[in-house]
Design a protein around this ligand. Structure first.
Ligand code: ADP
Ligand code: MG
Length: 257
């Protein structure tokens, strides 16, 4: 599980996180919501060790992330998939290369291993046929067609799926999504929400989803942690969130749903 205690982070003398306490249980899907600029991405970056907090602890399976050395962090990252805000594919790499990047960084060079993992994850996100069809001409043709494509040839929704596929490489225990549906049309957003929901439930991946879209929260049927003024302002179910008379929550609901 992930246990965050009294996490504080200032950037350029501005307090962004002001004592975050948050637990994410194994198997849970947690949505982190809050206004634009309130520190959601900063929180996620602290969890994966891309940013160092000023104080506090972040335990992932008992390991305190800010205290890990480079090598320990490298190993921990194998268990955490991260879907960056805006998909963030490398434009100069084809889809196959984008997907296997993490394995490559972890020194996997066996072409068969790399390809079979890419096929598995691309199938999991619905960009390739069901994995049971692997080795059929149909599957292999689709694979050749997709794997050689460049990101610029894909739609916004497909790029997001590739971003999710990349995070699924190596079967992580945790997956963190930073605004996975922002910038997508409503139908594509719903498809991505469905994908996140299915991955969390079918593969038992503990998931943190950052969003400011209440429709996603309802679709994902997840617990909510609301960030406001550097603190967790609300933690609970979406029905309790909706029923709350708290002015900060009411304002958020009026603006984002
Ligand atoms: N690398 C950085 N350098 C300077 N300011 C940053 C940096 N990252 C985030 N911030 C600031 O921290 C605040 C929180 O940012 P962020 O976590 O990205 O917000 P959001 O909740 O929209 O994801 C914002 O005011 C942002 O400008
Ligand atoms: Mg953000």
């Amino acid at each position: 599980m992930i246990q965050i205690k009294e996490l504080k982070k200032s950037i350029n003398d501005r307090v962004i996180l002001d004592g975050i306490n948050l637990d994410v249980k194994d198997g849970q899907t947690l949505c982190i919501i809050g206004k634009s600029g309130c520190g959601k991405s900063v929180l996620l970056k602290n969890i994966v060790g891309l940013m160092q907090p000023d104080s506090g602890s972040i335990l992932v399976d008992g390991l305190n992330v800010p205290a890990l050395n480079k090598n320990e962090l490298f190993n921990l990252r194998k268990t955490i998939g991260y879907v960056f805000q805006g998909a963030a594919l490398f434009d100069s790499l084809n889809i196959y290369e984008n997907v296997i990047l993490r394995l490559y960084e972890h020194n996997e060079r066996n072409k068969e291993v790399l390809e079979s993992e890419a096929k598995r994850v691309l199938s999991s996100v619905g960009l390739l046929p069901d994995i049971s069809e692997i080795n059929t001409t149909y599957f292999e043709n689709e694979w050749i067609n997709l794997s050689n494509k460049m990101p610029s040839e894909l739609s916004g929704g497909m790029k997001k799926r590739v971003g999710v596929a990349r995070a699924l490489v190596g079967t992580p225990k945790y997956i963190l999504y930073d605004e996975p549906t922002t910038g997508l049309d409503p139908i594509t957003s719903e498809q991505i929400d469905k994908l996140i929901f299915n991955l969390a439930n079918n593969l038992q991946i503990t998931s943190i989803v950052i969003t400011h879209d209440m429709f996603s929260v309802y679709k994902l049927n997840c617990d909510i942690a609301m960030l406001n003024n550097g603190r967790i302002h609300f933690f609970g179910s979406s029905s309790d969130f909706n029923a709350s008379s708290d002015p900060v929550i009411r304002e958020f609901l009026e603006r984002y749903s």
